[in-house]
Design a protein around this ligand. Structure first.
Ligand SMILES: *Cc1c(COP(=O)(O)O)cnc(C)c1O
Length: 394
């Protein structure tokens, strides 16, 4: 059996009517950039978040650095995040000209560890960027408290978790802004690239609106800016998908529950943790081998079995060789949890259009490998989850 990692075309087929209708509407309207469909989708996206404003931009990376710039954060400033995220989180900090400061992640959630943030704060610190990694929210209540104590900005990197919520908080509620990506492989993606900033701050809204459009909100009048717009065709696709997003996330949660039940008792892997009261939307379903030396073997076993498993992300950002680090990045304290996550992670196929037989086949192949390694099985947590539990991990 072959199990793919994505179901994009299947999704197009069953949403075809709604998507095609919106595409035709845009094509027939003659308005393709900054047109009425973009405006409509921005309104829908803001309402979906229960927020006042949403601004469509070119992609999720731009959404972060445009927000940093709108907040006046740049050269000489420090921004705290964690290194076991997609490279773009840090890349956006560098594009804005600021220094990325990395602290460790939580052993259970893999999101930024609030307990580690304090030690990284200096007079230059301006903001914290928590990432809602894999589809589960970071502990925003704890992060908000730290930000208030030190007068810091908070930007939620929400590229992976639209439709998730925390225990008593919504995304966008406890921050200055939440940024997102609509690249096709995200849990809320268009058939191409896109991004957005969601905020309740009218100043951020106005500034990002200008920055994304050549510093202009009035014809022929410009200040410093860029070209980073979400075009109306993509807005139309996203508008058609948004009404189905909760149902699509529910399907992800159904498959996640099936994986979690089916993989119980495997003594060589740890399973994803969903915190009490949180809604995890499983952009990715990431298991970890308890021993890093097992990871590549299990991954190869799955690939050899026709399963398109992947890793997210097997090289933590501070371990990347290809960046001229210098003054642009700093690691504070041990980042052992993040490094273990990078060394042990495997993402199993996860998309709404999976079938029971595909999920059961993946479960069977993981179990087959686990049983072949019965000698190393243990009920103790593995390297990546063995770290000291923090407040949100208790
Ligand atoms: C995908 C992603 C981004 C970047 O989004 P693009 O649309 O690809 O620019 C940023 N942060 C995280 C956590 C992501 O997963």
């Amino acid at each position: 059996m072959k199990v793919p990692f994505y179901g994009h075309v299947k999704q197009y087929h069953y949403l075809k009517q709604a998507i095609d209708a919106n595409l035709a509407e845009v094509l027939e309207s003659g308005a393709y950039v900054m047109g009425p469909m973009l405006k409509r989708f921005e309104g829908e996206l803001a309402r979906y978040h229960g927020a006042q404003f949403a601004i469509g931009v070119g992609n999720g990376t731009d959404a972060i650095w445009l927000t940093l710039m709108a907040l006046g954060i740049g050269p000489g400033d420090e921004v705290i995040t964690h290194p076991n995220t997609f490279f773009a989180t840090a890349e956006a900090i560098w594009i804005a000209g600021a220094t990325a400061v990395f602290v460790d992640s939580c052993p259970r959630t893999k999101c930024i560890c609030p307990d580690k943030i304090g030690a990284a704060i200096t007079p230059k610190t301006k903001a914290i960027i928590p990432v809602h990694l894999y589809g589960q929210c970071a502990d925003m209540k704890a992060i908000r408290k730290i930000a208030d104590q030190h007068h810091l900005r908070v930007i939620e990197d929400n590229a992976q978790a639209i439709g998730a919520h925390g225990n008593g908080f919504k995304i966008g509620e406890l921050s200055d802004a939440a940024t997102t990506s609509f690249i096709i492989q995200k849990n809320f993606g268009t058939f191409g690239d896109g991004g957005a900033v969601v905020t309740n701050n009218a100043d951020i809204d106005q500034r990002v609106r200008k920055l994304r459009n050549h510093g202009s909100n009035q014809r022929n009048v410009h200040s410093f800016g860029f070209n980073s717009r979400l075009d109306d065709l993509h807005a139309g696709i996203l508008s058609a998908k948004l009404t189905r997003l909760d149902a699509l996330n529910d399907l992800r949660r159904t498959w996640a529950a099936r994986y979690t039940a089916g993989l119980q008792g495997c003594g060589n892997i740890d399973l994803p943790v969903e915190l009490a009261g949180y809604r995890h939307v499983y952009h990715l379903y990431v298991i970890e081998t308890k021993k890093p030396e097992h990871r590549d073997g299990l991954l190869q076993h799955l690939v050899d079995s026709g399963i398109d498993a992947k890793t997210h992300y097997s090289i933590a950002i501070h371990q990347q060789a290809g960046y001229p680090w210098g003054k642009s990045a700093r690691v504070v304290g041990s980042v052992a949890n993040a490094e273990a996550n990078a060394a042990c992670c495997i993402s199993l196929p996860m998309f709404p259009e999976l079938t029971e037989s595909e999920v059961d086949y993946v479960i069977a192949k993981v179990r087959e490998w686990d049983q072949a390694h019965a000698a190393t099985a243990t009920s103790q947590p593995g390297m990546a989850t063995a770290g000291k539990l923090c407040g949100c991990c208790q």
